[in-house]
Design a protein around this ligand. Structure first.
Ligand code: FAD
Ligand code: UDP
Length: 370
């Protein structure tokens, strides 16, 4: 008899498996329908020996010391600050939009102070900022919105920014200084030997059994367990009884090129040209030295593996119906990006899993004292 059946071996499932096994001496079975652990953060050496991220670029960044310290038990780190260029009007310019972006794009020589006034002169008045269009036009005006955000977002999400919650484009700030980092978090680093190696360490404990290539439905009635932790799509768990929750998918086209470097920086975004949104060159992220280089192109899709919950009010409403059911389902705990329908980064999922672990152990303490 297992104490826990954990469905999904990504960050959510693996953090809980590790905590429950090592801290609470629980017997855990963690399963995944894929052929590997690490969920969407899975990386591996390709046929040419280059470390690549199978499900697109994963860059670790967090402001949480707790999350960073927790993961540091399972990996050493390589300091890495992510930088991205956008292909706009035939030029490659920094995104997030900053002082250099504007000066290069418009052939200007503004200072930071002057840029503040410049943004103010082009910004649109938006009484209530609700959508992903509002966020951008209220800061940098319509022209820059159309050059950098409108078409990228339409490609990525299959809908106009005006139909998406403000939280989506709010992920990308606007700057008046020359800081060209994609993230400004306190901790920005990549696991030294990759994500999968970090997950292997997390799950290497005699109390943890791993079963791959297995959908939980195949074993749920056969293998006895006391409680379940579910990290797959919440609507799938409840047989889509209120209808399907929309998730956006991607098709990843990986290529290895016979050249040492291909891009001028780790990622180039293509807001306006091409069917893909961005190209990533992995050696920038991993620091690997190799005479060849590997890149991935991301083509957004409606169908396919569920990668992104789609933040908009009607979807939040539908999710809330599933959440109510989830809250009423005894001995099953829902956690992670798919099971709680949240556009979370890796660090947020780790924090969410650590919080659930605390709740589960407090519950056990309460049970003991009754
Ligand atoms: P997942 O990693 O999706 O794990 C869930 C697992 O459950 C999967 O392995 C799945 O196979 C399994 N599963 C589902 N249903 C079943 C079933 N029925 N039976 C058995 N197993 C099942 N975050 C960052 O912090 N930085 C980044 O740069 C970044 N880049 C990203 C780029 C892309 C293209 C994507 C899609 C995401 C990115 N993220 C990034 C987000 C990051 O991937 C997630 O926050 C994190 O991986 C979520 O972990 P999770 O455990 O919730 O879900
Ligand atoms: N975005 C955009 N243009 C860009 C970069 C981002 O329009 O050059 C918008 C787009 O809607 C995207 C969102 O901002 O989905 C969040 O971008 P981020 O890079 O955080 O996306 P992720 O890495 O999660 O795919």
């Amino acid at each position: 008899m297992f104490d826990y059946l954990i469905v999904g071996a990504g960050f959510a499932g693996s953090v809980l498996a590790e905590r429950l096994a090592t801290r609470s001496n629980k017997k855990v079975l963690i399963i995944d329908k894929r052929s590997h652990i690490a969920g969407n953060a899975f990386d591996h050496y390709n046929e040419e020996g280059i470390l690549v991220h199978k499900y697109g670029p994963h860059i670790f960044h967090t402001n949480s010391k707790d999350v960073f310290d927790y993961l540091s038990q399972f990996t050493d780190w390589r300091s890495y600050e992510h930088r991205v260029l956008a292909s706009v009007d035939g030029q490659l310019v920094p995104i997030p939009i900053n002082l250099d972006t504007i000066n290069k794009l418009y052939g200007l020589n503004l200072t930071s102070f002057e840029l503040e006034d410049w943004f103010e002169s082009v910004a649109e008045q938006v009484p209530v900022v609700r959508t992903s269009e509002d966020v951008v036009v209220s800061k940098v005006g319509r022209e820059l919105y159309e050059k950098f955000f409108r078409n990228y977002t339409r490609k990525q999400w299959g809908m106009d920014p005006s139909e998406l919650d403000k939280s989506v484009t709010s992920r990308v700030p606007t700057r008046t200084n020359r800081d060209n980092r994609y993230f400004t978090d306190t901790y920005q680093a990549m696991p030294l030997n990759g994500f999968t190696a970090m997950f292997e360490k997390m799950l290497a404990h005699p109390n943890i059994k791993i079963m791959l290539n297995t959908d939980y439905k195949e074993i749920v009635d056969v293998i006895p367990f006391k409680e379940m932790i579910f990290t797959g799509p919440v609507d799938e768990y409840f047989d889509y009884q209120f209808g399907k929750l929309p998730y956006r998918s991607l098709d990843f086209k990986h290529e290895t090129l016979n050249t040492e470097t291909f891009l001028p920086t780790a990622v180039v975004n293509y807001p306006n040209e091409h069917a893909y949104t961005r190209i990533t060159e992995f050696k920038y992220l991993t620091g690997q030295k190799h005479p060849k280089t590997s890149v991935v192109y991301e083509y957004p899709q409606a169908d396919g593996d569920p990668y992104y919950p789609v933040p908009r009010p009607e979807n939040a409403e539908l999710y809330n119906k599933y959440k109510k059911l989830a809250d009423q389902t005894p001995n099953v705990h829902f956690v992670g990006r798919l099971a709680t329908y949240k556009y979370y980064n890796m660090d947020q999922v780790v924090a969410q899993a650590l919080t659930l672990y605390k709740k589960l152990t407090e519950k056990t303490e309460e049970d003991k004292s009754i």
